[in-house]
Design a protein around this ligand. Structure first.
Ligand code: GDP
Length: 357
């Protein structure tokens, strides 16, 4: 995050160095190697790589935005890779090109659990029209999500017209993925009671579609769970006035319900496009992404500011001991960003009207 926050943006109109230009040309020519190398550049935490990555991305931006972006979330074992394989094969047979990316909060700890296993999506892996990339393994979830978002843009520039971002149903990763895709889908197991868990976690609000997988095991139980979900969704205020999230049952293993899933994706796009909502959602996501980066960049800048570093330990002690209020301490620290470092930084003299930034 630190490096990307300070990376230079692509210089307007300035020619790229030959190596980077050949990456841009390669991505546009749909060369997998150039795409993979560009994503590696984006995932690098080296500051010079980050600057180059932003230049490459900047040059490719006019060629992005033409794909439909789908988020798929589900607990490990829900059947995500089986489903994506079935959907991907169906789409490729109909002339689409599919990229699958992952946001995996556990990858920063374990080195990647989803998509990391090469035996997953075996059929899809062999198709020229599919591109599968595991989650980047470095950095915080915020950093991983940011890189996945940029990888998604690179895949679009390389002509992939369906992007799937996969995530496991834990932590903040679902919100991060919902914030980068057009349509966010929850893949559920046909277990009664799971819906309540999702409602508690606040995940249901961001779902544009709910899919009950493994309906082949017990079709009747799957229908019961479907009814529970429909009921739960009925009482929620939906994000869009033009779309009520549908609940589907399917069997990824037997490739049943895949056509219906895709029909709902297209119906979603058709429902949100006439009012401009589809594009507005993307604009909103892009702005939110920018502000996220600004927030994290400011935080980094603040924490590394010499006066803040000098003042912080004593102020923390004072807050701990109840001698200074958190508000006064925060204003005092933020005040260091406005003024040159004060010669006397004795704690406790924070001015009450010092404004935060
Ligand atoms: P992931 O961890 O969410 O990616 O789940 P997987 O796709 O690896 O699936 C976990 C297990 O569930 C595998 O053994 C799959 O074969 C099985 N599975 C996936 N979808 C279905 C389904 O629709 N029906 C049945 N019976 N099994 C399924």
């Amino acid at each position: 995050m630190a490096a990307s926050a300070g990376a230079a943006m692509a210089a307007g109109g300035a020619p790229l160095p030959p190596a980077d230009q050949s990456l841009v040309d390669g991505v546009l020519a749909r060369q997998r190697r150039a795409l993979a190398k560009s994503i590696t550049l984006i995932e690098s935490t080296r500051r010079d790589h980050q600057e180059r990555a932003q230049q490459v991305l900047g040059a490719l931006m006019p060629h992005t935005g033409r794909a439909i972006r789908i988020g798929i979330s589900g607990v490990p074992g829900a059947g995500k890779s089986t489903f994506i394989e079935a959907l991907g094969t169906y789409l490729i047979d109909r002339g689409h090109r599919l990229a699958v990316l992952a946001v995996d909060p556990s990858s920063s700890v374990t080195g990647g659990s989803i998509l990391g296993d090469k035996t997953r999506m075996e059929t899809l892996c062999q198709r020229e029209e599919a591109f599968i990339r595991p989650s980047p393994s470095a950095g915080s979830l915020g950093g991983v999500a940011e890189k996945t978002r940029e990888a998604m843009l690179l895949c679009e520039a390389a002509g992939f017209d369906v992007i799937i971002v996969e995530t496991v149903g834990v932590g903040q990763s679902e919100t991060a993925v919902a914030g980068m895709v057009d349509m966010f889908c929850l893949l559920q197991l046909p277990n009664a009671g799971d819906d309540l868990q999702a409602i508690k976690k606040g995940i249901v609000e961001i779902a544009d579609m709910v899919v009950i997988n493994k309906a082949d095991i017990d079709p009747r139980a799957a229908q019961v769970v479907r009814a529970q979900w429909k009921n739960a969704l009925h009482f929620l205020r939906h994000a869009s006035p033009h779309w009520a999230p549908p609940v589907l049952t399917l069997s990824a293993l037997h490739k049943e319900g895949i056509v219906e899933f895709w029909e709902q994706v297209l119906a979603y796009r058709d429902a949100l496009t006439p009012s401009g909502e589809f594009e507005a959602k993307r604009r909103h996501q892009a702005r939110a992404w920018m502000w996220n980066l600004i927030d994290s960049g400011l935080r980094q800048f603040f924490r590394h500011h010499p006066a803040v570093q000098a003042d912080l330990p004593a102020l923390l002690d004072q807050v701990d001991a109840g001698r200074t209020t958190p508000t006064a301490a925060a204003y005092r620290l933020l005040g260091h960003l406005q003024a040159p470092p004060a010669p006397n930084i004795a704690a406790g003299s924070a001015s009450a009207d010092a404004s935060p930034l």
